[in-house]
Write a protein that binds this ligand. Structure first.
Ligand code: SF4
Length: 318
């Protein structure tokens, strides 16, 4: 069974991953590599009207090949040309830019229908805010998803369950919004639910961060996107950082923290990412000068050596 070997150093155990990564999970499910094609609907996030989250700047999210591109079919063709030429045979349409569900339902649904109809597309990943998940979208989208037989993951940006931190980040939503959206997404019966958390928010202790993680896991989420806090240039967080009031994880500190956090995550939860990887031109701090693939190898080697695996100390879902 996944992650349950007693002796992690035998060759058999070494061949079994200690983490359910996105690539492992979908390779197991489809028998080949599945990637993500980011798409931009061109709709600004509603939170920008309220100043935006202090860590966020639009350019920080946008892959180079998307900048300045218009029509969704053109973006998709370009994305497929980039992605489906190597180990990836299929893809998820990843609506990651800004807040995709802020697009009016009458405009959004035909786009999602078009994406689901593509033979190479295995599903949708809708990255959004918890206060932008309307029933008016969920009901017709559930019909489309059921008919397609494909996956649809709602990746809800939460960052933290602590209200004081949500305020500090200028999220302009509370934990109750996440809870409410999560229940409605789960009740539809055909969607996957994911949470996005940031570790290292100013004034949060490691116990606070672990509490956020335990809380979303106990709610039965099936996917997680996690990363350490990064400070991007020209953001409100950068201004705060320059006052010396923001203490960021060191590479070693973050690896040590992950060794505490990962056993809490149920073995069935798919982990999409564990680090932020902002472009070096945008990144102010922390500058670890280390590739994500190197971090991942280092982390998994330590997990094996220390006998740690995802799900080892998971709490039951409530
Ligand atoms: S909700 Fe997302 S897109 Fe909108 S400002 Fe915050 S991080 Fe940026």
């Amino acid at each position: 069974m996944f992650g349950s070997h007693k002796d992690r150093l035998t060759p058999e155990a070494m061949a079994t991953p200690v983490l359910r990564t996105f690539s492992y999970h979908y390779h197991q499910k489809f028998g080949h590599g599945v990637g993500k094609i980011p798409l931009d609907l061109g709709q600004p996030c509603p939170n920008r009207l309220h100043g935006g989250c202090i860590f966020c700047r639009p350019a920080g999210f946008t892959p180079a090949y998307l900048r300045g591109m218009g029509d969704i079919t053109e973006q998709l063709a370009e994305g497929k040309r980039h992605l489906l030429k190597g180990r990836f045979k299929k893809y998820f349409a990843y609506l990651q830019q800004e807040t995709c569900t802020a697009v009016p339902v009458e405009r959004l649904l035909p786009i999602l229908q078009l994406l689901l109809a593509d033979i190479d597309c295995v599903g949708l990943i809708l990255s959004t805010r918890p206060d932008c998940v309307a029933d008016a979208l969920l009901r017709p989208l559930a019909d489309l998803v059921r008919k397609s037989g494909k996956e649809c993951l709602f990746e809800l940006g939460l960052q933290t369950v602590h209200e004081r931190s949500l305020k500090l980040l200028n999220r302009n939503h509370g934990f109750a919004d996440f809870h409410n959206a999560a229940l409605r997404i789960q009740a539809a019966g055909c969607f996957q639910l994911g949470a996005h958390l940031i570790f290292g928010i100013p004034k949060e202790s490691e116990e606070d961060m672990l509490f956020s993680l335990k809380t979303v896991c106990a709610m039965g989420i099936t996917h997680l996107k996690l990363h350490h806090l990064q400070v991007l240039r020209d953001t409100a967080l950068a201004t705060l950082y320059e006052t010396g009031k923001v203490h960021l994880f060191t590479k070693e500190g973050y690896l040590q923290f992950l060794l505490r956090a990962l056993p809490i995550i149920p073995a069935g939860v798919t982990i999409h990412r564990l680090w932020a990887t902002s472009h070096p031109e945008l990144l102010l701090a922390p500058r670890w000068n280390c590739l994500a693939a190197t971090l991942s190898t280092l982390l998994q080697q330590r997990m094996v050596v220390q006998g740690i695996w995802q799900g080892q100390a998971a709490c039951p879902v409530l």
